[in-house]
Design a protein around this ligand. Structure first.
Ligand code: HMG
Ligand code: MG
Length: 300
């Protein structure tokens, strides 16, 4: 069976733009975010308060956060890796954050220069501060279905990290297929372990697929069938991860919303406005957005 409604978490301005080679002007990022929130997306991940040396594209995070039009109905989470990032985020008025680690050691080292255990320790003061300030916290787990450095990842390793993040106080976990290798059967196996064996409520789990090998929508469908109702995606299919060699774009929000609309599953997203948002940022990317729906709409 399918859910009646899916909550789409738009990650284009963060996961999308972080991997774009061309420096996108700050004003264009702000316009992109405003158009996405006006398109009815309930969550628009706006930027990252990471080291500007790690991700130069998002070094304008404070200015972006302070300039976007904050709609009451929309959440604008940002990535925060450590206490320094949390201080910058709070100073910019952030009300929702996401911490991020992985299910494989090698990726974690490349991405955030820490072991998984160290990363969790680094999150402790960040999450404590978030709790005091009433800021919501999502926790990303990367390489859930495979690692660019280590290959296969044991589902039990994912469960260990998931339980540790919940223990620290994150309210939602996003399970990342960082390099887009998952297939539906594997998605169901990993979710079943978390949902049934470890009794994590489906309402606390989100899926985050990269479409490197064309399996992202099929994986979403598998996740919906086992009760997941929060799905991450990126307008235009922008994205990837600079620390994951070969990672292509995220599942495109247009493609996801088109499929859900066709199935009668509510999202609250206006597909035409979404396409218009992608069309506005496209000239600043230096390449055509990969979303199939977007390309079809542009050539119609
Ligand atoms: P480090 O070098 O180990 O950190 O980096 P450090 O604490 O030694 O600091 C080094 C320098 O960075 C210092 O500056 C710090 O002040 C500064 P210096 O004294 O040398 O001038 N610094 C900062 N500046 C601003 N904001 C900060 C900050 N932190 C330190 N927050 C660190 C460790 C975690 C900081 C770094 O590796 C980093 O920023 N990594 C982020 C990488 C990243 O953003 N990756 C992409 C996001 S994850 C992803 O895309 C996956 C996801 O989509 C899910 C999926 O698909 O799997 C979420
Ligand atoms: Mg990602």
């Amino acid at each position: 069976s399918w859910p009646e409604r899916v909550r789409v978490v738009e990650v284009g301005p963060r996961d999308g733009l972080q991997n774009e080679k061309a420096q996108v002007p700050t004003a264009e990022k702000i316009r992109f975010i405003d158009l996405l929130s006006e398109a009815g997306l309930p969550v628009v991940e706006a930027t990252s308060f990471v080291s500007p040396r790690a991700i130069p594209q998002l070094s304008d995070a404070s200015e972006v956060m302070q300039s976007i039009k904050l709609l009451e109905s929309v959440e604008y989470p940002v990535l925060v890796p450590n206490s320094k990032g949390m201080e910058r985020a709070l100073a910019a008025g952030v009300r929702a954050i996401a911490v991020f680690t992985a299910a494989s050691e090698e990726f974690t080292r490349h991405n955030i220069n820490a072991t998984i255990a160290q990363s969790l320790e680094n999150f402790r003061p960040v999450i404590e501060l978030a709790r005091q300030e009433g800021v919501s916290v999502r926790g990303y787990i990367s390489t859930v279905f495979g690692c660019p450095y280590e290959g296969q990842v044991a589902p039990e390793k994912v469960a260990d990290v998931a339980l540790a993040l919940l223990e620290l106080g994150v309210s939602e976990l996003s399970l990342g297929d960082t390099i887009g290798v998952a297939t539906p059967k594997q998605v169901i196996e990993v979710l079943d372990l978390l949902l049934s064996h470890h009794s994590i409520p489906a309402s606390q789990l989100a899926v985050h697929f990269h479409d490197t090998r064309g399996t992202a929508l099929a994986n979403v469908l598998a996740a919906l069938q086992v009760g997941i109702t929060t799905v991450d995606s990126s307008a235009g299919g922008l994205g990837g991860c600079p620390y994951a060699p070969g990672a292509a774009g995220n599942l495109a929000t247009e493609d996801l919303v088109y499929m859900l609309n066709g199935m009668g599953i509510e999202t609250g997203v206006d597909l035409e406005k979404l396409v218009a948002a992608t069309r506005t940022i496209a000239p600043f990317l230096g390449h055509t957005p990969t979303s199939k729906y977007y390309q079809a709409a542009m050539s119609a």
